[in-house]
Write a protein that binds this ligand. Sequence first.
Ligand code: ADP
Ligand code: MG
Length: 297
Amino acid sequence: MPPATAREAGLLDHRLLFVTGKGGVGKSTVAAALGGLAAADGRRVIVAEVHRRADVEHAVTAAGADHISIDPQDAMEEYLADQLPRPLAELLKSSRAFGYLAAATPGLRELLTAGKLWELAQDERRTPGARPYDLVVVDAPATGHGLALLQAPRTFADAAKVGPIARQGGIIDAQLRDPAQTAVIAVTTAEEMPVNETLALRDGLRDAMGLDLSLVVVNAVRPDRFTAAEARALADAADEPAVAAALGQHAVAREQRAQLARLRRGLGGAVPTVTLPFRPEGADPAAFASRLARAAR
Ligand SMILES: Nc1ncnc2c1ncn2[C@@H]1O[C@H](COP(=O)(O)OP(=O)(O)O)[C@@H](O)[C@H]1O
Ligand SMILES: [Mg+2]
């Protein structure tokens, strides 16, 4: 496997680890597993779930890691309290005012969220007495929104050109684009659409941020228990329900192998991949720790 600069430092040596991918592929599970891994490694780590009203998910907690759910409005209140004279800050805190402002300012929610993530990753937290973290694992929203989140600070900095937003946007953007500080991990399943999205995400990330993916986690991979010859032999007994079920699983596993190969071809050997098995008993971040630990080195 060719060396990738972002990997040499080790994934857990970054300050911000963005875990993104299509909805439902296992982002929260992988983010929790990475958080647990970092905590077990003695790092001060927080898993930051980016809150989206549309998909209120239960948090998958990671042993030993702190957890936060980021809401853009809370982030704005925190920011305003810090920046504006009290009466103005109080006015803008009403959700009606926030709604107007957010509607009038596309990307504002993403900017506030990115700003909060950045704040969590600073040695000197803005919030007095707040705990500093070595690593912030971002349980990011689905692919497109995840990319919008990464791009927002630059977009705002460019639009504002001068003034505090331009300055702070520029500072946040610089950290997000620095491959020594920020790593992006894509989670996918070995299925056509998620694989397409992963490859598109990589292109978008390179174009928009000048970053490559550091790792692709292929989740919920089914075991393939039969060779092609065995499957052919079994096909004769396919009217037996148990055999038919086994052959059905074989077909799914084969299709997954094909999608995995397509993904790896698409990545051109430049991005490492790691597979995590489908677990009939349900996802368990701790069960994935050792495979992810090897991939994170
Ligand atoms: N490898 C796996 N095997 C079995 N179930 C899994 C696996 N990975 C995730 N799941 C389950 O799939 C669902 C979606 O996972 P989640 O991590 O919440 O995805 P996302 O955050 O991308 O929406 C959850 O119910 C989770 O427990
Ligand atoms: Mg999730």
